[in-house]
Design a protein. Structure first.
Length: 507
């Protein structure tokens, strides 16, 4: 947090937005001490407290508190910093007297070198105050901070012989949590295992992030071997798997930025995102862009900052954004539909993608790329863009092998070449759905499924390629020359020609 720099520069209005009030106040106190400022703290319950001598002036009404500050700021020395807790809640009441008084106090503070700091979980200011306060970044705790919390838990539990490797793994598992959340996770691990178990901590982090609703930790159990086809895409990922290592950093190799995968629904884009984390050996975070857009003015931007902060705290990691076009499709006309919220969130996301220096690898998938603004597709946002088409005969045979093995049967018991030719326009997801349907029919009759069950289920399925023929043709036309083929070129195939051939997966 660069609060010290802002105080030295004479900023009269600052805002620290965090749920970690105690840690923020400790950092603010340290910053005030370093620049020799006298710190006061106000809340509606305690009044105005001089943190130097503990003197308390009762003033639950913020108007009364600001009147006190007006007199305090009239003199240049000593220079004061006043921390106002939860003042945003009072500003929500649209009190013109409070807004006017705060602007007057800020003017006096600017003239005499004092400062006001707003502290709370969100920053929602009326238009009259939007340009009066500068938000100060307050990052999630780093391993050093979390290490101090862990040491406190170990001391309290009288655990003295915890190996350093275990402690390091526990701290890595806790990255992305606040100090309070991490303390709770450490304590739970002690209660459940009578020690420090990184798996318990990682499990609690997953629950905590999912409860927050913006990002969730997804267990990366999928590997590239679980994907049928996608030869060029898998090779591209394998060649970059080591780019997050210490040796790559020492070599001067920048961490990969991300990957955009566009294609027909059901062709394995989401499965590839999961397999990417497994191939890189990194944690996988899933972002629901729909939840970023909140109903309160300014909440959407705050949500995006929270997501970025969490991802960078956990880094190196993979951030998966599924069907990204649904989140950003409104950015072109958002000035008339949502007051420009989508446009601002989109701009902030693009800036982060371009300038991020933390190793967060973004995997974004899209079904309808035409809804994405052109600047999103520019080189530099993502390292590469791949297009995934319907599978050809060879690729469908690979998918059948994977699906049959996944459901505990032997591919040798089925003629996958015949099945492949029979489902020419099927996606990987449809192939798996057909086999599951065959399993149901065989189970009802108390026997194992056979090729006839699969063919019967296939005959009752209308593939998406027939229902969306026009959209698929348009997507293929767009991808030609714009996106890289996800699959290795195939020399020959018994399937009828139907445009560019791409490899795909089973999900």
């Amino acid at each position: 947090m660069n609060l010290t720099t802002y105080l030295r520069a004479g900023y009269p209005g600052l805002a620290v937005i965090t749920s970690e009030e105690a840690r923020a106040e400790a950092d603010i106190a340290a910053a005030c001490a370093s620049v020799e400022r006298r710190l006061h703290a106000w809340s509606s319950t305690e009044g105005l407290v001089d943190t130097t001598d503990g003197r308390v002036t009762p003033c639950p009404d913020p108007l009364d508190a600001l009147q006190l500050l007006d007199g305090m700021f009239a003199a240049e020395n000593p220079r004061h910093v006043v921390l106002l807790r939860d003042l945003q809640l009072h500003l929500d009441q649209s009190d013109p007297m409070l807004v006017r008084r705060l602007k007057d106090v800020l003017r006096v503070a600017k003239s005499n070198g004092h400062a006001i700091i707003l502290l709370g979980c969100r920053l929602k200011l009326p238009p009259e105050l939007l340009h009066e306060f500068t938000e100060v970044d307050f990052s999630l705790p780093d391993p050093t901070r979390l290490g101090a919390v862990l040491d406190g838990i170990l001391k309290s539990a009288k655990l003295k012989n915890v190996h350093e490797v275990v402690k390091e793994a526990a701290l890595q598992s806790a990255l992305g949590l606040t100090t309070t959340e991490a303390e709770n996770a450490f304590a739970l691990s002690v209660v459940e295992t009578r020690g420090i178990d990184p798996k318990v901590i990682a499990r609690e982090k997953a629950r905590t992030l999912k409860r927050n609703g913006l990002v969730e930790v997804v267990e990366a159990t999928t590997s590239l071997d679980d994907i049928g086809g996608l030869g060029q895409l898998k090779e591209w990922l394998q060649r970059r798997a080591g780019a997050f290592s210490a040796s790559a950093k020492a070599y001067g190799l920048p961490a990969p930025k991300g990957l955009l995968i566009v294609g027909i629904p059901g062709t394995g884009k989401s499965l590839t995102a999961k397999a990417t984390a497994g191939a890189f050996g990194l944690p996988l975070l899933r972002l629901d862009m729909g939840r970023v857009f909140g109903g309160i003015v300014g909440q959407s931007e705050a949500n995006l900052r929270s997501v970025i902060q969490t991802a960078e705290a956990i880094a190196p990691c993979v951030l998966w954004i599924d069907e990204i076009e649904k989140g950003f499709s409104g950015s072109k006309s958002s000035g008339s539909t949502d007051g420009g919220t989508s446009s601002r969130v989109f701009g902030s996301f693009l800036s982060w993608m371009q300038e991020k220096d933390q190793p967060v690898f973004v995997v974004a998938t899209a079904n309808d790329v035409s809804k994405l603004p052109p600047e999103f597709l520019r080189k530099g946002r993502f390292d590469e863009m791949f297009f995934v088409d319907l599978p050809d005969a060879l690729e469908r045979a690979q998918i059948w092998d994977i699906v049959i093995k996944r459901h505990g049967r032997r591919p040798a018991d089925f003629d996958t070449d015949v099945l492949s030719r029979a489902c020419e326009q099927f996606t990987g997801a449809e192939i798996e759905a057909v086999f599951i349907d065959a399993l149901h029919e065989a189970y009802v009759e108390g026997r194992e499924p056979g090729p006839k069950d699969v063919l019967d289920a296939m005959a009752n399925t209308v593939p998406l390629a027939q229902l969306m023929d026009g959209q698929i043709s348009a997507l293929r036309h767009w991808a030609k020359g714009r996106a890289r083929e996800a699959g290795a070129p195939v020399k020959s195939t018994p399937a009828a020609p139907r445009g560019p051939r791409r490899v795909q997966s089973v999900n």
